[in-house]
Ligand binder design. Structure first.
Ligand SMILES: C[S@@+](CC[C@H](N)C(=O)[O-])C[C@H]1O[C@@H](n2cnc3c(N)ncnc32)[C@H](O)[C@@H]1O
Length: 251
């Protein structure tokens, strides 16, 4: 399961999550503006360490959030973040569900157990097409027509060769933390990403943690076609783009 790829990285992920939330937060805030909280909480799928959960909470201060996260190290940071902040603690419910388990729950949710919006940042490419389609159908059951479904697609609409590149370098204490990533096409609509976290003391590598995962590449228009919903791209001030979909009435 793809969440496995994050069990080790969870130790370091907060370093990159804060930066990503700063880029993708503004378009998310714009997508969620005007959401009607009467329909229920926001559903965040694959919430990671909770950096985006905080953005949602700031944007919709009167709304609950259900934050699902299957990787236990990521979830540990998420839970610690929620527990440490009284305003999050009273509004955020954390679950360990992956998308498949969540889909089953939504498929059998009683009437009225709905959500006002859904947020999937850096997650949908971990699901293959049949699993995504089942998830979209399940979400359609529990979201009002027109509700925002905000999706972050990791900037890879089509498979391409990405040579190893250092995406982050930060100092903590006397050590430097580096995050490296490389990607290769793995079929007509998928990529294999290899990521490495490296901890250095001076020039000496103290620790190295490598993980790989498959990412199904998708564009905003692919998502619109796949869901049958309306949708549009939305960009932040630094050009970071997310997809904002809106369920249409069931036919
Ligand atoms: C790139 S991280 C993004 C985390 C967070 N959404 C953010 O933007 O900071 C991807 C997250 O998706 C989760 N994930 C991977 N496969 C998943 C699945 N099948 N169902 C739900 N979540 C999954 C991972 O555990 C990880 O936390």
């Amino acid at each position: 399961m793809s969440a496995q790829a994050y069990h080790l990285a969870g130790e370091f992920y907060e370093l990159v999550a804060r930066r990503q939330a700063a880029s993708s937060g503004p378009p998310l805030q714009a997508a969620l503006a005007g959401t009607d909280p009467a329909a229920g909480p926001v559903l965040e799928i694959g919430a990671g360490t909770g950096a985006v959960t905080e953005v949602i909470a700031r944007t919709l201060p009167d709304t609950g959030i259900v934050a699902t996260e299957p990787a236990h190290t990521m979830r540990a940071v998420l839970t610690a973040r929620v527990a440490a902040d009284e305003r999050l603690r009273e509004r955020v419910l954390v679950t360990d569900e992956d998308a498949a388990a969540l889909t089953v729950r939504l498929e059998t949710a009683p009437p009225g157990a709905g959500f006002c919006a859904a947020v999937l940042f850096g997650v949908v490419g971990h699901l293959d097409r049949p699993d995504r389609i089942r998830l979209w159908r399940a979400l359609q059951r529990v979201l009002p027509v027109g509700a925002p479904v905000a999706v972050e697609l990791m900037g890879v609409a089509r498979p391409r060769h990405i040579p190893p590149v250092r995406l982050l370098r930060e100092q903590i204490g006397d050590q430097v933390y580096e995050w490296w990533s490389a990607g290769e096409p793995a079929g007509p609509a998928a990529m294999r990403f290899d990521t490495t976290w490296r901890v250095l003391a001076g020039t000496r590598v103290v620790r190295e943690v490598a993980e790989s995962y498959l990412w199904h590449t998708l564009s905003v228009s692919d998502l619109v076609a796949e869901t049958g919903w309306s949708g549009e791209p939305r960009s932040g001030p630094d050009g970071t783009e997310i997809a904002v979909l809106h369920p249409v009435p069931s036919s």
